[in-house]
Design a protein around this ligand. Structure first.
Ligand code: 5AD
Ligand code: SF4
Length: 466
């Protein structure tokens, strides 16, 4: 359900905070913000940054210099949680010197009851905590926090509301992500996302199209449509539409040059989508298709609802329809009960699929998920050994896959100056990173570059035509 009244209320709270901030500080107030996790989190981080800027704060790059420190948290693997506790330890000492500093935590990790208990008990210097379901309430919660010394914790279990139209502070003026849906209904047995992000909700196509039209009017030429499982987009809408149909409508938007999307679940990837991608002039020929494991036995226990053969068939079908497609994937190593034979199936699929990149993860036990209760957890040394073997195969295959572009001329969207002065960086439609000598005027432009030297996962090239 879209709630336009709510966004009006929140916009009013932004104005109230702005007035309060203007009278409270005798210096230019500053905020520090840090993002963890997936691209959907980054987008919410940009929204919060946009809101606090509207309130009158200026962004700084060190916590020490900030009046407000904000962390958007992730909890997909335990490491992400440990990092946040580390940051909080550091903030505690800063806040001792700077009592009026506000500390704000939000995002997926805050949806976990044990985390909230710990923050309440051991981290009482944190001022404001909210979760994923009341994210849209940030201006109101921040206003309350500005008016109190105490800790505010407001985390909701679920919400069916989608609030549209909040300001955002985009990292790039020419490309951005656009949420098309929230939550996930798949309950893969290792994954905490359905518990912290709730049930799948799709945005209305018209709201998405309108947002993209506005972004294009504002200079955006590349969008990334985001959802945990974009292939099931639109199924729960009052007037259901398919993801492929949405893509066709987005394609019609004049001025938009590139369309990307993620993430695709192999079980829901339709022939209609493959056809749409093959025909489209704007949808980039890059598909992120997480396989998670190559073993049919493990995939079943993971509750992925496809097996090794189905995955291989799907890849074959995609490559036949779109021969130049770039495929990337996610793989988990060390899922409970994974045997050497299961692991070899994973190596076998990696060997057969020619992924451009594979993101490899060591299985992380997430409490509350079915896999966490499984008895046959894999010893650390065995997992480490498998992880290293997988990584070396992934890298070798990645280098082979990238080498197909050697000497070709590709169109890239120029994104930024690299760490080295005068060297600029952009991406091809295949999401391949290219560095080349250039100048500032090229930022946000599409240029042709010859890919001269393959450096593994990126190329060094030269401009051939502006
Ligand atoms: N342990 C390790 N990796 C995980 N992922 C999700 N949950 C876990 C977990 N418990 C990985 C999956 C997913 C990616 C975003 O994170 O590979 O595709
Ligand atoms: Fe997690 Fe599976 Fe949903 Fe992806 S599809 S967010 S891995 S439950």
């Amino acid at each position: 359900m879209i709630n336009t009244q709510e966004s009006k209320v929140q916009l009013e709270y932004i104005e109230k905070c702005k007035a309060l901030v203007a009278e409270r500080y005798d210096h230019q107030p500053a905020f520090f913000i840090q993002n963890a996790g997936c691209q959907m989190n980054s987008l919410q981080t940009e929204t919060v940054a946009g809101i606090v800027k509207k309130m009158g704060y200026e962004e700084v790059s060190r916590e020490e210099d900030a009046d407000v420190v904000i962390y958007n948290t992730c909890t997909v693997r335990e490491n992400a949680n440990l990092k946040i506790y580390g940051h909080l330890g550091h903030l505690k000492s800063i806040k001792k010197q700077k009592k009026e500093m506000k500390i704000v935590l939000f995002g997926c990790m805050m949806q976990e009851p044990e985390v909230i208990e710990k923050i309440h008990k051991d981290y009482s210097f944190v001022d404001l905590v909210f979760g994923t379901h009341n994210f849209h309430k940030f201006p109101e919660l921040f206003y309350r926090s500005l008016n109190t010394e105490g800790q505010i914790i407001d985390v909701w279990k679920e919400s069916d509301e989608i609030v549209e139209g909040m300001p955002a502070d985009r990292k790039y003026s020419f490309k951005t992500g656009v949420n098309i849906m929230f939550g996930c209904n798949n309950f893969c047995s290792y994954c905490i996302v359905p518990y912290v992000r709730g049930r799948e909700k799709s945005r209305e196509p018209e709201a998405i199209l309108q947002e993209i039209r506005e972004l294009v009017a504002d200079g955006v030429t590349e969008v990334m449509l985001l959802g945990q499982n974009v292939n099931s987009y639109g199924k729960t809408l009052e007037n259901p539409i398919t993801f492929a149909q949405l893509l066709q409508q987005v394609e019609e938007i004049e001025g938009l040059k590139r369309i990307r999307f993620m993430t695709s679940h192999p079980k829901d990837l339709s022939d209609e989508l493959i056809e749409t991608m093959a025909k489209s002039k704007k949808v980039c020929h890059h598909l992120h298709l997480p396989m998670q494991s190559g073993s049919s036995r493990i995939l079943k226990i993971m509750n992925r609802r496809y097996d090794k053969e189905k995955y291989l068939e799907l890849v074959q079908k995609i490559r036949t329809a779109i021969p130049d497609i770039s495929l990337t994937t996610d793989i988990i190593v060390g899922f409970p009960g994974e045997t050497e034979e299961d692991f070899r199936d994973t190596l076998d699929v990696v060997d057969k699929c020619d992924f451009d990149t594979a993101f490899t993860f060591i299985y992380s036990k997430r409490s509350g998920t079915p896999a966490a209760k499984m008895e046959n957890q894999i010893p650390e040394d065995v997992v480490k050994n498998r992880f290293d073997r997988l990584l070396s195969l992934v890298q070798e295959k990645g280098r082979q896959a990238s080498s197909r572009f050697q000497g070709t001329v590709q169109e890239i969207l120029v994104e930024e100056e690299s760490k080295e002065k005068g060297i600029y960086t952009g991406r091809t439609e295949y999401n391949l990173l290219v560095h080349f000598p250039g100048c500032r005027d090229l930022l946000g432009k599409y240029v042709k570059v010859r890919l001269d030297t393959c450096k593994g996962f990126y190329y060094f090239g030269t401009l051939v035509e502006e």
